[in-house]
Design a protein around this ligand. Structure first.
Ligand SMILES: Nc1ccn([C@@H]2O[C@H](COP(=O)(O)OP(=O)(O)OP(=O)(O)O)[C@@H](O)[C@H]2O)c(=O)n1
Ligand SMILES: C[C@](O)(CO)[C@H](O)COP(=O)(O)O
Length: 222
């Protein structure tokens, strides 16, 4: 069984409101992308790593390829970037793939191990956290209703799949899915839920950089 990691890094990070796309921003002296890549590589779980880059970032590909990373070109949305990354993997060599957001540099080895282990029980597996707050609907600054939180989860990545299954699922999907689990479920694939980690945040908004840096510093004993 050979497992690949696919890191989607072709977004522009518009919500982070940074002149530099968030994956190239600095966290404690390293870029978000380098931290995320190291976090996955250091698990020792992957026989191949694909990094999907925006066309404007292809000037960076040589440095990653020098490190043995396979670089693919991103698409107009996350799903297309995933498809392009999957196409860069050889199904004769890779049986399973974990698809991860470059914007989640605080991912832990334990989550990676848990997702891989859960793939022995289902063709898909992904980390998530149960919703622990009350949920409302709202409009124009007013609460319009309450939503039952029971059975709701906050999805994280890496999301793992049998490679052939997720490739077929993406090929059949009309597009617009929020994540690869949605694509997998649309194709009828069972997806196991593994424990997520509140520290496995997705850097999305400006304040997320400081939080991620605090998490990483605390982990490194600083
Ligand atoms: N066309 C795209 C869009 C997103 N992503 C990746 O998908 C992940 C999750 O997307 P998100 O957090 O929304 O990143 P951005 O699209 O960059 O952020 P924004 O929506 O704020 O522009 C990120 O690692 C991002 O790089 C991608 O590879 N290709
Ligand atoms: C894939 C994901 O991180 C799972 O929570 C999330 O769907 C990405 O959402 P975004 O709007 O593309 O950041």
């Amino acid at each position: 069984m050979t497992i690949a990691a696919l890191i989607v890094a072709a977004g522009r990070g518009t919500r982070a409101n940074s002149a530099t796309p968030k994956q190239w921003c600095d966290l404690g002296g390293r870029t978000v992308a380098d931290i995320t890549l190291s976090a996955l590589r250091d698990t020792g779980c992957f026989s191949a790593i694909v990094l999907v880059l925006h066309a404007d970032d292809m000037k960076r590909r040589a440095a990653f390829e020098y490190e043995g990373v396979i670089v693919a070109k991103g698409g107009a949305d996350r799903a297309e970037s995933v498809r392009n990354g999957l196409a860069a993997l050889d199904p004769a060599k890779v049986t399973k793939v974990l698809i991860h957001d470059v914007a989640r540099p605080c991912v832990t080895g334990q989550i990676v191990i848990d997702v891989i282990a859960a793939l022995d029980t289902a063709p898909g597996a992904a980390p998530a956290l149960p919703v622990s707050d009350a949920l409302w609907t709202g409009k124009n600054g007013r609460v319009t209703g309450a939503v039952d939180r029971r059975g709701l989860y906050r999805a994280q990545t890496p999301q793992g799949f049998e490679l052939a299954a997720i490739r077929a699922a993406h090929a059949a999907h009309p597009g617009g899915a929020a994540d690869d689990v949605e694509v997998a479920r649309a194709a009828g694939l069972a997806v196991a839920i593994v424990p997520g980690d509140d520290d496995n945040l997705k850097i999305t908004l400006p304040g997320d950089f400081d939080r991620a840096e605090r998490i990483l510093r605390a982990r490194n004993g600083h």
